[in-house]
Design a protein around this ligand. Structure first.
Ligand code: GN1
Length: 820
């Protein structure tokens, strides 16, 4: 090997400058990858680092060119830059390897060791062997192997990155809107920086990136040339990795038999078919729900492994259903609803005979957790769970623990919580060590976060009069009493709250719209009319609220994940302020604060509704508030997903489920914007407080209640002022029982029926005959029924249209049953 034997002045300089550039580039890139400086929230840091490195390199070249051609200095500069990188990569390897247990994660550290070994030739110089092979040439020779090795590490690291990103995005539902691109953060993810030739790669919130599921999706494999149709030389190796037959993982016999044995008290009822619906499984608690809950424990265990040991939540509740019902649902790592694809696995397990639990678990492990690259099944599972106050809760928790025990899952039992509190806990657990921790995973942590944010968001505003809160005799009652211990009262710039229907001792008192009469002193007394569902469907205040005219009242549902407001006027007329009203109030308030803060034009604010939203509210948002509105199928999982497309997405179902989501871009802007006036400062601080006050994991009645109070106080609005913003179109909701609701398949965000054939044409016919008429029918996801909604210019027309559509549904339902 001959090195530098024919150097000229110019070639020598080019050699040194190029080598310096390569070493300095390493110094530049290493902290970017190790500390993820490419994330949008670290943009400022990245800019500073870029300019520092450019300045260092320019100074280095200038010194050598214009000052002194100094070999010792050049060597020292390169060695120092190299040592810094080596230390960082070694640290990166140790921490990554500990976390992932994958050999390739340790490659950078091993490459460093190799480079140090090769570099020792450079430092421990010796006379050229045979007058030709000197120490310097051997050092260069030693750098050939790590290049190949390093390239492979970058590839693996990039694939891992894409797998993480794809998991964050894979919550897409199948509806049309969900296929639209998500808003991009300002900077692309690291993969697009490493492999720019791949083109655009969607960027996802950094907070979601640390979960690490297997296997990049096909679109990325194609882009990487990994699909069988491409024939690039490298593709064959990678292709064979991704397209090999999956290895078969055998689950230990003792785990399989524990799954079967522990299930013994919870048999699958004969002739029953369970389905994961709009909000998990929901049914009469004594008709086999314990079997379903047992199966859900297995789903949660699998899901936790799949999401890289993230904590998964399980909530036992049937929300607004009657007291004898119960239900169960799974909460994903960021506190949102279970990814849609997994509902199918939950349904499969729930319908599995006890004797087959071990085999089905083994099959799902092989299908979902194992491929030649990822052996996710060896990871741990972590689950947290809670229940509402229903009498069947403790038995169901026992069933859940039985399956978690069989699978050696690490779990925390939170006892009794509201549904949104459990979602909060899940997100807190999973963001504990992330750049955006959600909070403390305890009840006190939840109350403190909300109470502090409430005080800040109020910004000294006064709340007029007290608020009466009907807790539906559900879990919201005791939890609201606990929250009040942290909230200041009105005389201390806080809020006075009168709690009604907070009896959790009588389980049968929960929720109810059901008219129940009991004998009392020889007379009939009507009790238990309470809860958000009662108020919304009966358009009546619960008798126990005893509200005087214009007093603000609100009702929660059984698990406190939805809320509606209402008041009576001086003619004792009832006025409902439902989820649509809360959405318009919140969106209006937030958009105003953003405008006052001087950041209105930097943020995309939008509202998401379902087909049940009153047409007048949609028109008001679009025409008066001038904000975009998206419509999704029923169920908060759809709304939540759609709201993520905005910087600030406000979503509410008309029945009061909903919240507001702030994406990373919005939070960065709110936190970093430099206020130009005291007004701007106030508005920015209020917005900042709202990001904590609002439970962004899921719709939360307690948090929504405080948000509403803050918005009303800032505007100094009475409930009447709020009501006057627009006039609702009269509407009617009807529940139709048919032999098989599944024959009713809806499309276009559930606004039209695709089947049974001909039904939609009949509905259209009646809608066209009605002044300002709108109507639709869809199968419920939580009850065995079809729901019909109609609105029109007058209450009579709305009622007539609803009945006409209900008749269409009944007729087509019967016709389908007689055919089958
Ligand atoms: C018209 C209506 O209120 N539907 C409710 C109800 O769903 P259905 O699929 O309509 O049964 O329960 C869901 C879960 O609680 C809730 O998200 C939804 O808004």
């Amino acid at each position: 090997m001959i090195f530098h034997s024919r150097d000229f002045n110019l070639t020598e300089k080019l050699d040194y400058y190029a080598a310096g550039a390569s070493v300095f580039y390493g110094l530049y890139y290493t902290p970017i990858r190790v500390f993820r400086l490419e994330q949008s929230k670290k943009e400022r840091l990245l800019n500073i680092w870029t300019w520092t490195c450019l300045a260092l390199y320019a100074a280095h070249v200038s010194y050598l060119t214009f000052w002194r051609w100094d070999y010792t200095y050049n060597m020292a500069a390169n060695v120092v830059a190299g040592i810094v990188q080596n230390i960082l990569w070694s640290w990166f390897s140790i921490t990554r390897y500990r976390k992932m247990h994958k050999i390739w994660a340790a490659w950078p550290g091993l490459i460093v060791a190799w480079i140090v070994f090769a570099m020792s030739f450079e430092l421990l110089d010796f006379p050229p062997v045979g007058g030709m092979i000197d120490a310097h040439s051997l050092w260069h020779l030693g750098t050939v192997l790590p290049t190949y090795w390093w390239y492979n590490f970058l590839l693996k690291d990039a694939q891992e990155d894409m797998a993480v990103s794809s998991s964050s995005s894979s919550t897409s539902s199948s509806d049309e809107e969900d296929r639209r691109p998500r808003p991009r953060t300002r900077r692309q993810s690291s993969i697009s920086q490493i492999l720019p030739a791949l083109g655009e790669v969607p960027a996802y919130p950094p907070s979601e990136r640390f979960f690490d599921p297997p296997r990049p999706p096909k679109v990325f494999r194609d882009r990487l040339g990994l699909s069988p149709l491409r024939s690039r030389p490298k593709a064959e190796t990678m292709d064979s990795i991704f397209n090999q037959p999956k290895p078969v993982v055998k689950i230990q016999d003792e785990v399989k038999s524990a799954l079967v044995q522990n299930a013994a008290p919870y048999p699958l009822p004969e002739g029953k078919r369970f389905q994961y619906g709009t909000a998990g499984f929901r049914m009469k608690a004594d008709l086999g729900l314990d079997h379903v809950v047992y199966a859900v424990g297995i789903v949660a265990a699998l899901r936790s492994k799949r999401r890289n040991e993230a904590t998964i939540g399980v909530m036992i509740t049937a929300s607004h259903n009657p007291a004898e019902d119960n239900g169960v649902k799974v909460v994903d790592p960021m506190g949102d609803m279970l990814e849609q694809e997994w509902e199918e696995y939950a349904t499969k397990l729930a319908n599995t005979e006890n004797a087959l639990f071990g085999d089905v678990y083994e099959k799902l492990t092989n299908d979902l957790l194992v491929d030649p690259v990822h052996q996710v099944h060896t990871r741990k599972s972590r689950v947290v769970f809670a229940r509402d106050t229903r009498a069947s809760g403790p038995h169901l928790i026992k069933a859940l623990k039985a399956s978690l025990d069989a699978l050696h899952v690490e779990y925390t039992d939170y006892g009794i919580l509201t549904t949104p509190m459990l979602h909060h806990m899940v997100r807190c657990h999973n963001t504990k060590n992330s750049p955006r921790p959600f909070g403390e995973a305890s009840e006190a942590g939840y109350y403190k976060k909300m109470a502090n944010a409430f005080k800040k968001a109020m910004y000294g505003r006064k709340i007029k009069g007290h608020l009466t809160v009907d807790c539906a005799n559900g879990v919201g009652g005791p939890k609201l009493h606990d929250l009040l211990k942290y909230l200041p009262n009105a005389s201390n710039d806080g809020i006075d709250i009168k709690v009604v229907n907070d009896d959790v001792i009588k389980p049968e008192a929960l929720n109810y719209e059901v008219m129940l009469s009991v004998a009392c002193n020889n007379s009939l007394l009507i009790i238990f009319q309470c809860g958000a569902d009662y108020v919304k469907t009966k358009q009546r205040a619960p008798p126990s609220s005893n509200a005087v005219p214009f007093e603000r009242c609100c009702s929660l549902d059984g698990d406190a994940d939805r809320i509606v407001y209402y008041f009576i006027d001086d003619n004792k007329e009832f006025h409902l302020l439902d989820g649509d009203r809360i959405a318009t109030l919140a969106a209006n308030f937030i958009a105003d604060q953003a405008r006052i803060a001087g950041i209105g034009d930097k943020l995309k604010i939008g509202v998401v509704q379902t087909a049940y939203a009153n047409g007048a509210s949609t028109e008001y948002i679009q025409k008066v508030m001038k904000l975009p509105v998206d419509c999704t199928p029923t169920g908060v999982k759809h709304l939540h997903h759609a709201a993520k497309r905005f910087d600030i997405g406000v979503y509410f179902e008309a029945n009061g489920h909903g919240t507001v989501l702030f994406n990373d871009n919005a939070i960065d802007i709110i936190k970093s914007h430099d206020p130009q006036s005291p007004g701007q400062k106030h508005a920015l601080e209020s917005l900042d407080a709202l990001t904590d006050l609002i439970n962004q994991a899921v719709g939360d009645a307690l948090s929504d209640m405080l948000l509403t109070e803050v918005a009303l106080a800032h505007r100094a609005w009475s409930p009447q002022d709020w009501m006057n913003t627009y006039i609702d179109l009269p509407n009617k909701l009807v529940r139709v029982v048919v032999p098989d609701r599944n024959v009713f398949k809806a499309v276009d965000a559930e606004r039209r029926l695709e089947s049974p054939a001909g039904a939609q044409a009949r509905i259209d016919h009646y809608v066209n005959l009605t002044n300002r008429g709108r109507a639709f029918a869809r199968a419920s996801g939580t009850e065995d029924a079809v729901r019909v909604y109609a609105e029109a210019h007058s209450a009579r027309d709305a009622e007539k249209l609803a009945n006409q559509v209900a008749e269409v549904v009944e007729a087509y339902g019967m016709r389908a049953a007689s055919k089958s």
